[in-house]
Structure formats: structure tokens, C-alpha cells
Design a protein around this ligand. Structure first.
Ligand SMILES: [Zn+2]
Length: 113
């Protein structure tokens, strides 16, 4: 991952850790390779490709609404109810220019974890 993108990933991870600490939510998907993203039907410009999106499910006994409320309070760029998970991402949809994807989703793309 290029050095110039790392601050965004660090900022996102900080928010994600805050959300998990506050709610006990369980992450289900973080960084994806292009192939994995295609396999799960992710958007072509998914922020999962860039390390700035995370899917979670609520902790047992906690509601989906509570998780979404906590995520919105942290200030993610988008919080989306995908029905079987909550998707959070650092930036609002459509604001990341294509050249960022071109730079990040290639031979030097993030390692999938
Ligand atoms: Zn997602």
C-alpha cells in the first residue's frame, strides 16, 4: 500500500476499532482482493478494495439499529444496512477518484486479510 494512502487506512481503522470497542460488533469482511470482491458481489469501486470499508454484525443481544447509530456517531462517510451485515466506509460513495483505484488495486494492492 502506498505511503500516501496509509493515513486514510489508519484513520478508518481507528474509527472501526472505536466502533467495535463501543458495541462489541463482529467484523465479517475487511480488505478484499479484486477477485474476492467480485465473488461476493461487491461494487467495482468498493472501498473494501482500499482498506477503508468494513462489514460487521451486532454482538449477540444487540440490535442492528444500535450498531448503525453508534457507527453514525463516529462519523463514517457512509453507514449502510446491507440486511445481513452493516457496511461502514471512510468516504462517502463516489468521492474517491478513479486514479486512486488504479494506483491501489493493482500489483501493489493491499494484502487480503
Ligand atoms: Zn461492505
Amino acid at each position: 500500500m502506498p505511503y500516501w494512502w496509509e493515513p486514510y487506512v489508519r484513520a478508518f481503522i481507528g474509527g472501526a476499532q472505536q466502533l467495535i470497542a463501543a458495541t462489541g460488533a463482529q467484523p465479517t469482511s475487511y480488505i478484499r482482493s479484486v477477485g474476492h470482491n467480485e465473488a461476493v458481489g461487491g461494487a467495482v469501486n468498493s472501498q473494501h478494495l482500499l482498506g477503508t470499508a468494513l462489514d460487521l454484525v451486532p454482538a449477540p443481544g444487540h440490535s442492528w439499529a444500535e450498531l448503525q447509530h453508534a457507527a453514525r456517531a463516529i462519523g463514517f462517510g457512509a453507514v449502510i444496512d446491507e440486511k445481513d451485515h452493516i457496511h461502514v466506509q471512510l468516504f462517502a460513495a463516489g468521492v474517491i477518484p478513479q486514479w486512486v483505484y488504479d494506483e491501489l488495486v493493482g500489483p501493489g494492492a493491499p494484502v487480503e486479510i
